[in-house]
Write a new protein. Structure first.
Length: 381
């Protein structure tokens, strides 16, 4: 007999399966206790025997889910993920996953416990947040499978919630004009104007140096980003190769930055120094980095004064993309300017806000397709 179920007490069952022989020829067994009905114990026994037949059975290791999560954070995430990703994962584990699932012994984690956790946190968090928890947990358990702690990933049996896609907030040309008029006398006008005309992310803008601005070639090179999250400022390379890019400027942006550079040079000379190629394009009064949170909060106040409700600094990037597409720019050009990984992602993100794109495409197809011919013949089937 390959396995058995024995009653231990009220709603308690002892499972036993034979997993093979060790190097000395001694018979090896796996024993575990299941609480619930006899049919639950029988189901668990079948799972174990199936994993054994498929060759994916992993000997039980006395680790909890919290142990695995911490091991994954230290062994994989810290060595393979960006700092912001590390901090986000650590926060999610510490605040949610560890308190909710961490006490469960790893080899006893089943999809019902995961589904119950999603239901519980879903009462307080958005579906998007719960989906983020699911993806994180699934990655950690996948790591556990690779390490031999688990025979299979229980997250594969769970259907996470599907968040609703929020409507994107972009500005019309008229709203752009209003925003810039209100921001005209603000110290953050230069970075706001550049964001609208380039589509660069906030971290990319705050990491720009004057050596990255080529006024002769009318281009901006994105080579570093500014990072700050609860600690000191840090400059690092863009997260992906697509983000590390060269962006063409409009003539108006080039002219504006040329004039702005002249103003910065005058300020530097007034302070007894010269503007250097490695100086930040957008800096505070002392020439140091601008705090991202300070920029975001000030922009929110400017947008509110302009009568633009719920507009974030990041929406300037969305506005750049939508206006480029509305002006007839090729989707590939917009995708490359934004630093997206693919044109498909760009169209999936912004395609729905472009009225008439489908009819325009049909019009182009209509020009190249020949007209149909009616032969008046009787169809035969």
């Amino acid at each position: 007999m390959r396995g058995s179920v024995l009653k231990r007490g009220k709603n308690s069952w002892r499972l036993q399966i034979y997993t093979g022989k060790d190097s000395a020829g001694k018979l090896q067994r796996h024993v575990e206790t299941v609480r619930g009905r006899k049919c639950d114990a029988g189901k668990r026994l079948r799972e174990l025997l199936t994993s054994l037949d498929k060759g994916i059975y992993a000997p039980p290791v006395k680790l909890t889910v919290a142990d695995l999560l911490n091991q994954w954070l230290e062994g994989y995430v810290k060595n393979n993920c960006a700092i912001r990703t590390q901090e986000s994962y650590q926060s999610t584990v510490d605040c949610h996953l560890a308190p909710g699932l961490g006490h469960i012994q790893l080899n006893l984690l089943r999809f019902p416990e995961i589904e119950a956790y999603y239901s519980k946190v879903g009462a307080k968090l958005s579906a998007k947040s719960v989906l983020y928890h699911h993806r994180l947990l699934k990655q950690a358990l996948k790591y556990g499978v690779r390490k031999g702690y688990l025979g299979s990933n229980p997250c594969d049996l769970v259907d996470p919630p599907k968040p609703r896609k929020k409507p994107m907030r972009t500005l019309t040309p008229e709203e752009v004009g209003t925003l810039l008029d209100v921001a005209a006398d603000n110290q953050f006008y230069p970075v706001i104007y550049t964001a609208l005309n380039s589509g660069l992310r906030q971290a990319e803008l705050l990491g720009l140096r004057w050596r990255d601005i080529n006024l002769e070639l009318c281009s901006i090179s994105v080579c570093q980003v500014l990072y700050k999250r609860g600690g000191p400022y840090a400059f690092k390379e863009p997260k992906t190769q697509h983000s590390k890019r060269r962006v063409s400027m409009t003539n108006k942006l080039r002219d504006y930055l040329s004039e702005y550079k002249g103003e910065r040079e005058s300020l530097c000379l007034h302070s007894g120094r010269f503007l250097k190629p490695d100086d930040l394009v957008f800096a505070n009064t002392e020439g140091g980095p601008i705090d991202p949170s300070v920029l975001s909060h000030n922009f929110a106040r400017i947008a509110k004064r302009a009568g633009l409700k719920d507009v974030r600094f990041h929406d300037l990037r969305h506005t750049f993309a939508s206006l480029m597409l509305l002006c007839g720019a090729k989707s590939k050009i917009v995708s490359e300017a934004l630093g997206h990984s693919s044109v498909a992602f760009t169209l999936d993100t912004y395609g729905h806000i472009i009225p008439g794109m489908d009819s325009e495409a049909m019009g182009l197809l209509d020009k190249v397709m020949p007209p149909g011919k009616n032969t008046n013949s009787t169809p035969t089937f």
